[in-house]
Design a protein around this ligand. Structure first.
Ligand code: AP5
Ligand code: MG
Ligand code: ZN
Length: 218
């Protein structure tokens, strides 16, 4: 099963992708996570990417497409994967379709719909663990001990690109460059839209229903 998660920043792509990866035993491939790991390790790619990410802009296609295609060419991706945060531009989507021409395109594109005002509230409350990557929300998904990661005990932090001004910029970029992909995938008959303002488990049940439907038809 090859799945794409579409949705605005903060729509819940990462939260849902992690649950899907566990349930269907496929790798969770997040370009944002790959960039953040590179930034943390201080690699040349990380240094280039950081400039764009901190500004709320997209990392250029030239840096992103090759990186993603390499990742999904690895052994653990041979039976499928869930893409979170890729594609984000029409060029990225077209290159992915081209690259999958022989092996078969993705099976399903899940679009998580959340309005901008809800997103702004969510991002303000998001906390992440810099050590193990776990994600929380101060109201919706709080840590058991305030400020401390449930999984590994490290102090949780706010992502630098979750500053209010940067969130606004990321939303603009989403509407301009990524939203057109909804029509692109609708045109290919691959799109499933779900209301992402509902509770996490409700969104997940809806997604599972759709994945099981598509795989039973395959
Ligand atoms: P990336 O890491 O992909 O960030 P993003 O798309 O901006 O999305 P987020 O991770 O912020 O949100 P999410 O949808 O995963 O939501 P989450 O589950 O965390 O990209 C970061 C940057 O890297 C980009 O800005 C760009 O610069 C660069 N980049 C990455 N990929 C690229 C590409 N392909 N091309 C070019 N550049 C690229 O949830 C958000 C919060 O809400 C959390 O606190 C969560 O706990 C909470 N929450 C989740 N679901 C619910 C719910 N149902 N109800 C209540 N709260 C919820
Ligand atoms: Mg994410
Ligand atoms: Zn942790």
């Amino acid at each position: 099963m090859k799945i794409i998660m579409l949705g605005a920043p903060g729509a819940g792509k990462g939260t849902q992708a992690k649950k899907i990866a566990e349930r269907y035993n496929i790798p969770h491939v997040s370009t944002g996570d790959i960039f953040r790991a590179n930034i943390k390790q201080g690699t040349p790619l990380g240094k280039q990417a950081k400039e764009y990410i901190d500004a709320g802009a997209l990392v250029p296609d030239e840096l992103t497409i090759g990186l993603l295609l390499d990742r999904i060419g690895q052994e653990d991706c041979k039976d499928g994967y869930i893409l979170d945060g890729f594609p984000r531009t029409l060029t990225q989507a077209e290159k992915l379709t081209e690259a999958l021409a022989d092996s078969g395109n993705v099976d399903l594109v899940l679009d998580i719909e959340v309005q901008d005002d809800v997103i702004i509230a969510r991002m303000g409350g998001r906390r992440v663990c810099p050590s193990c990557g776990a994600s929380y929300h101060i109201v919706n998904i709080p840590t058991k001990v305030p400020g401390v990661c449930d999984v590994c005990g490290a102090a949780v932090i706010q992502r630098p690109d979750d500053a209010p001004e940067t969130v606004k910029k990321r939303l603009d970029v989403y509407h301009e460059q990524t939203q057109p992909l909804i029509d692109y995938y609708k045109g290919l008959g691959l799109l499933f839209e779900t209301d992402g303002t509902r509770a996490m488990d409700e969104v997940f049940s809806d997604i599972v229903w759709q994945i099981d439907k598509v795989s039973s038809e395959a």
